[in-house]
Design a binder for this molecule. Structure first.
Ligand code: NAD
Length: 436
């Protein structure tokens, strides 16, 4: 099948590569000339395990190509995916400017019947909006259909998630239109849900909102545990073993960040408000999440007595492990708060430091290892739970620090082990421990 994917970011590039790997002819389009030039030169603009090999393989086999020429790409395709960014506006609503601009471009280029598939995360009703934009901008009437096919991949495991998604959601105006997508996805042999366009759009937001709710719920429970002397990791285990609840997304920590949960929860609150419903429950979820960084830095200030003139080694900057994505990373707020309080921040991340340099305040010092970050530090603050940190030589870490104090924002280590290793160890929703 000839396919075009418009927006060659985390979602578009992975989607394009996987569809090409399944034997389709895929053109990935982006308006960013530098990105397209880089991809043509074999450079992958993002860090995503397994992506480079998959892209190289399919480019070599001439199933995958890159262009900025939207019109030409649309004309050779039977299905056009929209995978452009849908960032938040100041008021929390979703900025649909990129989706609208692509819809216009598709309308102007289309010469034969085309299925336009929206994979970007967009508020309920956007499918109808895209249909209207296309109708208004067609040079001459050409038949088309708009489908919603929300994306659920996670950065860091995007290839695996795209090859083996829990479900594929197809929101289409008719069964017949849905068939073209069914055919495309059939080789994956995964459960598919065929529904209408608005329901598909809502499935995406409801899914992200419920995951965010679980995270904030356990973080609120962690706050109570800290005061009550309970251990939130034990609570999490006890709760998660209930088959009606399950263990996923119950880890207490610094809360959710990234390019999806924060904007998608805000967007759903705004959509609800526009439709006349006050989504108070979700507003509370966002509120709990917003407090996490202040809570963590407060814990550090209490643990160290003061923050000014303290040297803090921040381990992990990406919004989560296995990605270089810094969008809405908790590190941004934590580092900024530490600097504002007069601390010196030395930071290390296995892959996100280039992106971090563009976003974090210039005062941050970057190091090439966790041990270099911890050299002479008054405390280590673990912000992103990279596997590399789980495997740290903690004795070596302690030996280079000025004081053996760790603030673990992700409950990566066991308090008793840290105590035995000679650390003062503070974590989330658990009692702090002092060195043995
Ligand atoms: P991204 O910012 O990585 O990529 C978006 C790409 O679109 C960029 O390369 C940009 O240059 C390009 N673009 C913007 N306007 C364009 C235009 N008019 N014409 C052509 N290209 C244009 O974004 P992303 O993370 O891939 O997210 C894309 C969508 O998928 C968003 O709606 C997001 O919410 C959703 N989503 C993202 C993830 C994720 O983990 N990143 C997961 C599920 C869903």
């Amino acid at each position: 099948m000839n396919i075009c994917v418009v927006g060659t970011g985390y979602v578009g590039l992975v989607t394009g590569a996987v569809f090409a790997d399944l034997g389709n002819e895929v053109v990935c389009v982006d308006r960013d000339q530098a990105k397209i030039d880089a991809l043509r030169a074999g450079k992958i603009p993002i860090y995503e395990p397994g992506l480079e090999e998959m892209v190289a393989r399919n480019v070599a086999d001439r199933r995958l190509s890159f262009t900025t020429d939207l019109a030409a790409a649309v004309r050779r395709s039977v299905i056009v995916f929209i995978t452009v960014g849908t960032p938040p506006r100041e008021d929390g609503k979703t900025d649909l400017a990129a989706v609208e601009s692509v819809a216009r471009g598709i309308a102007e280029a289309m010469e034969t019947y085309t299925v336009i598939v929206n994979k970007s995360t967009v508020p309920v009703g956007t499918g109808e909006f895209v249909r209207e934009v296309i109708e208004q901008h067609q040079q001459r009437p050409v038949r088309f259909d708009v489908v919603s096919n929300p994306e659920f991949l996670r950065e860091g495991s995007a290839i695996e998630d795209t090859l083996r998604p829990d479900r594929i959601v197809i929101g289409a105006p008719t069964q017949q239109v849905a068939m073209s997508l069914l055919e495309l996805y059939a080789p994956l042999e995964r459960p598919m849900i065929i529904t209408d366009v608005p329901s598909a759009e809502m499935i995406k937001y409801a899914s992200n909102a419920i995951l965010a709710t679980r995270i904030s719920f356990m973080n609120a429970v962690a706050n109570i545990c800290e005061v009550a002397g309970a251990d939130v990791t034990q609570v999490m285990k006890g709760v998660g073993l209930d088959s009606r609840i399950g263990a996923a997304f119950l880890q207490a920590g610094l809360g959710y960040g990234g390019s999806c949960f924060p904007k998608d929860t805000d967007s759903l609150i705004q959509t609800a408000a526009t439709l006349g419903y006050d989504f108070g429950l979700l507003r509370a979820v966002v509120e709990v999440n917003r407090d996490r960084s202040a809570h963590f830095v407060g814990m550090m200030a209490r643990g160290l007595g003061r923050l000014d003139n303290r040297v803090i080694a921040v381990l992990g900057l990406a919004f989560k492990p296995n990605t270089d994505d810094m969008r809405e990373a908790k590190s941004i707020e934590i580092v900024t708060r530490l600097l504002d309080a007069g601390a010196t921040v030395r930071a290390y991340d296995p892959v996100a430091m280039d992106n971090a340099r563009k976003i974090l305040p210039p005062l941050v010092e970057y190091t090439d290892s966790p041990y270099a970050a911890a050299e002479g530090a008054d405390a280590v603050a673990l912000v992103t739970e990279w596997n590399e940190f789980k495997l740290l030589n903690l004795e070596r870490l302690r030996s280079v620090m000025r004081r053996p104090v760790i603030f673990d924002g992700r409950n990566l280590w066991e308090p008793e082990r840290m105590r035995r290793l000679g650390f003062a160890y503070h974590s989330i929703g658990r009692r702090p421990v002092s060195p043995a």
